[in-house]
Write a protein that binds this ligand. Structure first.
Ligand SMILES: NC(=O)c1ccc[n+]([C@@H]2O[C@H](COP(=O)([O-])OP(=O)(O)OC[C@H]3O[C@@H](n4cnc5c(N)ncnc54)[C@H](O)[C@@H]3O)[C@@H](O)[C@H]2O)c1
Ligand SMILES: [Fe+2]
Length: 375
């Protein structure tokens, strides 16, 4: 069993300025971020860095087209290090940017090209979040051979950033909805890795359980005190998201992520939100099909955090999540009845790395049943 792969050196700073001083950030650094993050936190320091703003190359989550445009806009000879400041989207693009350019972005994601590290990458997450700063995955929207779009993960240990910094200051400007969907995503990382049948390890469980405890404690505060309660708990959320990343780096994500990818790829539903749309139903099905396996321990854990009985803990969890983000039917996002079967086929064709981690065997019928009930 492969145990913890804590490849990055991990740092925590209160402010970006403290980080910039410590790391002697200067003109041979590329700062890859969003303009609305750069302006309030970085520009006044006049560091003289090369800059690139992700949103100028395409809307929404990274795609093979937007990444190709960013490649064209940057000359790797202009910088030695890449400092990525942003959510999972910025982080995932930066991972690919740190590689030697050996061909088309499409071919990289479809594993037709080798992954060769070139630039040092320092990852600073500003959502709480994907855990991408510690994982070996970069996700992009890609075109399948049949012309459909989906999301595909490029998975390779060589793309794990060498250094990561947690700087809670950045969360001050994160809009509530982006906060909520990214924190739910982090919770789902903890939950899916906890149930991962063959890949869960001692340390994935340690980090996953801690992440789920911290996040649910924060959600309880928000449910009781309102959305602003997140600001006094930012460092905890940020830390929990990284813990959840360490958990799923080892144990893997599963059905929720697998079924969310065609949805995100086709209808541009943000990653955390599209996972959330599937999470409650998937876990209900898990509980119906195999209530006595590891999910019994999951329910015990949730009941110990939320109070109430183990039997009702999944319902109580879904009720708490509803207070954080309103759950809507898939059709509100553009999902059509014909997608039920088409998405099931796409999941089985493209997401086997996730399908194999499902807590119950995942076949086409079950996938279609879940989509249908959420339609
Ligand atoms: N590599 C991995 O391990 C992994 C895992 C899960 C998801 N992902 C990918 O990560 C992406 C989702 O990441 P995310 O949930 O962090 O969202 P995101 O990166 O899409 O960011 C959400 C929104 O918030 C903005 N934002 C981020 N931080 C901000 C801040 N501090 N202040 C103001 N605005 C801010 C972003 O610009 C964006 O508009 C998806 O592309 C998904 O596929 C990657
Ligand atoms: Fe995720």
């Amino acid at each position: 069993m492969r145990e913890i792969l804590m490849r990055p050196e991990m740092y925590k700073f209160n402010t970006f300025k403290e980080f910039a001083d410590e790391f002697k950030v200067g003109e041979r650094d590329l700062i890859f971020t969003n303009k609305y993050i750069y302006d309030p936190y970085v520009s006044h320091l006049n560091l003289g860095c090369v800059t690139c703003f992700e949103e100028e190359y395409g809307e929404g989550e990274p795609s093979e087209e937007s990444i190709s445009k960013i490649f064209d806009a940057l000359n790797p000879e202009d910088y030695d290090r890449i400092i990525a400041i942003g959510g999972g989207a910025v982080m995932d693009v930066a991972k690919v940017l740190s590689l030697k350019r050996v061909g088309a972005v499409h071919d990289l994601y479809f594993r037709k090209l080798p992954v060769i590290p070139e630039k040092e990458l320092i990852a600073i997450p500003t959502t709480c979040g994907t855990g991408s700063e510690v994982t070996n995955i970069s996700i992009a929207i890609v075109k399948e051979d049949n012309g459909n779009t989906t999301k595909l993960g490029l998975v390779d240990d060589l793309i794990i950033p060498k250094k990561i910094c947690l700087i809670p200051e950045f969360l001050k400007t994160l809009p509530y909805k982006a906060f909520a969907s990214s924190a739910i995503d982090a919770f789902i990382h903890g939950a899916e890795s906890f149930l991962s049948p063959s890949r869960a390890t001692m340390t994935s469980e340690l980090f996953g359980v801690k992440a789920m405890e911290i996040i649910l404690e924060g959600f309880k505060r928000i449910a009781e005190q309102g959305q602003d309660a997140r600001f006094d708990y930012g460092e905890e959320f940020l830390t929990a998201a990284t813990y959840a990343g360490l958990a799923f780096l080892q144990a893997g994500c599963a059905t929720v992520h697998a079924m969310s990818f065609p949805l995100g790829g086709t209808y541009h539903v943000p990653h955390g939100e599209s996972n959330y749309l599937l999470f409650g139903k998937v876990f209900e099905k898990y509980d119906q099909i195999n209530p006595d396996g590891k999910i019994a321990e999951f329910k015990k854990l949730i009941a110990s955090i939320l109070g109430g009985s183990e039997k009702d803990s999944i319902a109580a969890l879904n009720a708490l999540l509803e207070k954080i983000l309103h759950l809507q039917p898939l059709r509100n996002y553009g999902f059509k009845e014909t997608d039920i079967e088409a998405f099931a086929d796409s999941v089985l064709a493209n997401q086997q790395r996730l399908v194999t981690n499902s807590y119950v065997p995942l076949d086409k019928e079950l996938i279609m049943e879940i989509y249908r009930e959420l339609y």
